[in-house]
Design a binder for this molecule. Structure first.
Ligand code: ADP
Length: 395
């Protein structure tokens, strides 16, 4: 456990920290990526007649009131709204792995006989090793190889558990296992490779402004993956933005990775976690109480909060303060980052960041919540983005 119950009663003030390294300029936050590129396109198209277009636009502006001008531009751009909405609210699942689901048993062979691991290309560093890009020699298939140091039988058992869990999971939002190799010092998992980087990078990237609608699409897919896992009676127990990978830079499709802590639900199992950042831990994990399906749902609440605001809801000045904030369930929407966020989004988070496990929404209930399911809300969220784009174009 991280802290005693006495420490908990002395709850430190919740000092939420921005996930970005530097505070972005406020105006930049308001710009969406689409908006920026559209402005560029428009600039590009009017290079020759730019002055003419600008002066005509100024004349009209002088004669027509802003409200009417806004209405006119809305009508002109209506087809664009529809197209943009269809594109940006695409709710189709991500592409399946480029191979059929398979049951993997670790082979005692040398991996180099079958695969070429690109040791120079590190996709990520994990708790127990590194992940590299690799290629299957016979097919040319690009994959990811997670090399996990495991010397003792106990360490090997932990990795075998990860393999066993992945063997049971066949879903487009969950990364798929292709092969495994076991040697004296390590076990290597060969997995489906995705190239879009961690969702975490999108939160901290100042050039990529996540809109609320983007967040809806991300959270809905995480929920789909979780709903499937929970139906299979499996808990992930380590959900955080680092463990959500984007399929590509261009789309909002994601896959959940890292089943290192995942396990079959056992009614009276506790989980001891004493590594890494505690920001995402549910109160029952901090308190070393029974973990269950709602434990993952708490993490989903934290991820939703972070994606919408770039802030970490429980992060304190040190780990102890963070843990105290979690145990006191001390969080709020007071930061200015939440000013423009919908009531539905706030309601969704409020129903997940609940200290008592049994009161949290399940994955199935979450998918039915208006924030994730109400099409007219999604249309409104989309219009907000397009309107701000419109205003930037004409005023
Ligand atoms: P650990 O269990 O050791 O924390 P992870 O499975 O979380 O390791 O992987 C560490 C990092 O490697 C991830 O955060 C991600 O950036 C990268 N990574 C992992 N799996 C893949 C994959 N299948 N495709 C691309 N990158 C990956």
């Amino acid at each position: 456990m991280f802290c005693s119950s006495e420490e908990v009663s002395d709850v430190a003030a919740c000092s939420k920290r921005r996930v970005t390294e530097e505070d972005p300029v406020k105006d930049d936050l308001k710009k969406s990526r689409v908006e920026e590129s559209e402005v560029e396109n428009t600039d590009g198209q009017v290079v020759e007649g730019g002055g003419q277009q600008a002066s005509r636009s100024d004349e009209v502006k002088a004669e027509v009131s802003p409200a009417i001008w806004f209405l006119l531009s809305s009508v002109t751009f209506y087809p664009f709204y529809l197209f943009f909405f269809a594109m940006s609210s695409d709710s189709s699942p991500p592409p399946l792995a480029p191979f059929d689901h398979r049951i993997v048993t670790p082979k005692p062979h040398q991996i180099a006989t079958y695969y070429t691991i690109n040791r120079d290309e590190v996709l990520g560093g994990g708790r127990f090793g590194q992940v590299h890009k690799c290629m299957e020699n016979s097919s040319g298939l690009m994959l990811a190889a997670k090399i996990i140091k495991a010397r003792s039988q106990k360490e090997k058992e932990v990795v075998r558990n990860e393999i066993q869990v992945m063997n049971q999971l066949n879903h487009a939002n969950l990364i798929q296992l292709y092969a495994a190799f076991e040697s004296r010092h390590d076990i290597i998992l060969v997995m489906e490779y995705v190239e879009g980087g961690e969702l975490f990078d999108r939160i901290i990237d100042e050039n990529y402004n996540l809109t609320e609608l983007d967040t809806v699409l991300f959270i809905r897919q995480i929920c789909e993956g979780l709903q499937y896992m929970h139906k299979m009676y499996i808990l992930h127990l380590d959900l955080k933005p680092e463990n959500i990978l984007c399929v590509s830079r261009a789309t909002n499709k994601i896959k959940i990775i890292d089943f290192g802590l995942a396990r079959r639900y056992k009614p009276r199992e506790k989980l001891r976690v004493n590594f890494g950042t505690p920001e995402f831990l549910a109160p029952e994990v901090v308190n070393y109480e029974f973990v269950s399906f709602p434990t993952d749902m708490w993490s989903l609440g934290v991820i939703s909060y972070m994606l919408l605001s770039g802030l970490s809801p429980f992060l304190g000045d040190d780990d102890n303060e963070t843990l105290n904030n979690i145990l006191a369930c001390q969080w709020n929407f007071e930061e200015e980052e939440f000013t423009d966020i919908s009531d539905e989004a706030k309601d969704f988070i409020t129903r997940l960041l609940v200290k008592s496990k049994s009161w949290r929404l399940s994955a199935t209930e979450s998918l039915k919540h208006p924030w994730l399911s109400d099409q007219s809300l999604h249309y409104r969220l989309n219009q907000k983005v397009v309107k701000s784009h419109d205003i930037n174009l004409f005023f």
